[in-house]
Design a protein around this ligand. Structure first.
Ligand code: SIN
Length: 485
């Protein structure tokens, strides 16, 4: 085992205690591994106001951005004006039996009464968003058409009254008829209460009529005083105006890397390793005989799934992933960023040995696994930070198979399924199983293929009576605001 680390206090470079054969680690590495604090993002306060005709991918972009920024630990929330409208209409119907008519006519600019109602909804939604930012939020997404200069001026003037809060407009343009048609089809077939009592054909006719009403008054952003980004066809062209600072640039960079071409992302852990069999963590061990069998069987499983489509294989720099990928007839790339979570002084130990040598560390990690940083090593939080370029590249690419490690795949999986940090370190990623994720408009579909090749179970469940993570995979669009009773 070649792994070495810099000893923080002694300034020495030496092998880990296990590898050097020391009976006890040096004083500087004895004791409780640190907890990594969440970065302080309290100064970041952004209203991100969407702009765009219906069916142009605004909600798609809002949800993608939310997922990405939440994964990076920003507090992000989408405030969707359509959801607020439907939720209030539902409450009115239930309380007074009055059914509001939200067919295309409601969205006509000539309908003065409805216009006022819609402006009020947009304003109320903005007020809720600003309040939420004041209570600790970082990025509040105002998901609405915001299709006129007048509406954007209202938003801009309102936010200007709040010290420390800035507004960015994000316009989603789309001239690809296939994408628009797919968005329209999704809207009229996925349970939108606006079309509750209509056939699919009627719903489609009404929605297309609603779009025409918006088109009559739509003004693309040209206001030079505004901070804005314009995205054409989900990332194929991006225009930036007055974008400043780290977070705004990150958002712009992320948007530049998105695409909506159909593709799948496959995750597989390396085949069972010699260390897995021995119950040791970390290291750079070879595959066990059963792991080698998995590596031989993998090409057929992947071929059965993608046929003749192209695929790129990413591995870490560690032998067990490279050996698992060796029979796959595709381009392979090796990423240092995909190496397993660094267990520092515990590298190469079994959990029993860790518990005996560092009982406080062991308890500490069980108590808060996401934040716990191994002495001389990493925490899950550190891993999320180092995986950010991988996420960016994954968004840009088409079919990718990652042959990775348990902690790494947990972090990536949590991004695609929007899973909370507390649950992340306990996600089940078994050996000898391929997980296929297929991105959809509002989440990812998932399939799992387990090959009948026995392997040890390396999953340690959440300790004691703590609730095990519920991985609820959903690609359904939400039409009502879940936070309003
Ligand atoms: C809606 O009510 O569905 C959207 C309102 C808007 O953004 O114009």
């Amino acid at each position: 085992m070649l792994k070495q680390f810099d000893e923080v206090h002694g300034g020495l470079t030496r092998k880990s205690s296990r590898e050097s054969g020391l009976a006890t680690p040096p004083r500087s590495v004895v004791g409780i591994g640190g907890k990594v604090a969440k970065p302080d993002y309290s100064e970041a306060k952004i209203v991100l106001a969407m702009v765009g005709l219906p069916a142009r991918g605004k909600s798609y972009l809002s949800n993608k951005l939310m997922r990405y920024l939440k994964w990076l630990e920003y507090e992000v929330k989408v405030f969707n004006v359509g959801q607020l409208r439907r939720t209030r209409a539902k409450a009115k119907r239930e309380q007074s039996g009055v059914q509001e008519n939200h067919s295309a006519e409601y969205f006509s600019h000539d309908n003065k009464e409805a216009n006022q109602l819609r402006d009020k909804l947009a304003e109320d939604c903005l007020e809720m968003l600003i309040q939420w930012l004041k209570e600790g939020g970082n990025v509040g997404i105002h998901d609405a058409t915001n299709s006129t200069k007048e509406r954007r001026a209202m938003i801009s003037n309102r936010v200007a009254r709040e010290k420390g809060i800035v507004v960015i407009f994000l316009e989603s343009l789309c001239d690809d008829p296939a994408v628009i048609a797919a968005n329209v089809a999704l809207k009229v077939s996925s349970g939108d209460p606006d079309y509750m009592n209509m056939s699919r054909e009627e719903a489609e006719r009404d929605f297309l009529e609603r779009i025409r009403k918006y088109e009559k008054i739509y003004e693309t952003i040209t206001e030079p005083n505004l901070t804005y980004m314009k995205v054409m066809n989900v990332g194929s062209q991006v225009t930036l105006c007055n974008i400043h600072g780290y977070l705004q640039s990150r958002i712009a960079f992320y948007l530049m890397n998105l695409h909506v071409k159909p593709r799948s992302i496959f995750f597989s852990r390396h085949g069972e390793s010699v260390y897995n069999v021995e119950g040791k963590i970390g290291g750079d061990a070879h595959l066990s005989p059963r792991g080698q069998t998995y590596a031989k069987a993998l090409p057929q499983l992947i071929h059965d799934n993608i046929g003749d489509a192209n695929l790129t294989v990413w591995t870490s720099t560690l032998q067990r992933t490279i050996e698992t990928a060796q029979n796959l007839p595709f381009t392979k790339l090796t990423w240092k960023a995909l190496d397993e979570l660094d267990a520092g002084v515990c590298d190469g130990m079994t959990y029993e040995e860790i518990e005996a040598a560092y009982p406080e560390d062991f308890a500490n990690r069980d108590e808060d696994k996401f934040n716990y940083r191994y002495r001389g090593g990493e925490s899950y939080r550190d891993v999320v930070v180092r995986l950010e370029p991988i996420i960016m590249e994954l968004e840009r690419q088409e079919n990718i198979l990652i042959i990775g490690h348990q902690a790494i795949l947990r972090c990536l999986y949590a991004y695609f399924h929007n899973l909370p940090q507390d649950d992340l370190p306990y996600i089940k990623i078994p050996l000898h199983t391929v997980i296929k994720l297929t991105p959809k408009a509002y989440g990812c579909d998932e399939e799992r293929y387990t090959l009948p090749i026995a392997a040890v179970d390396t999953h340690r469940p959440k300790p004691k009576a703590a609730k095990q993570p519920d991985v609820v995979v959903s690609t359904a669009r939400q039409y009502l605001d879940p936070t309003i009773a």
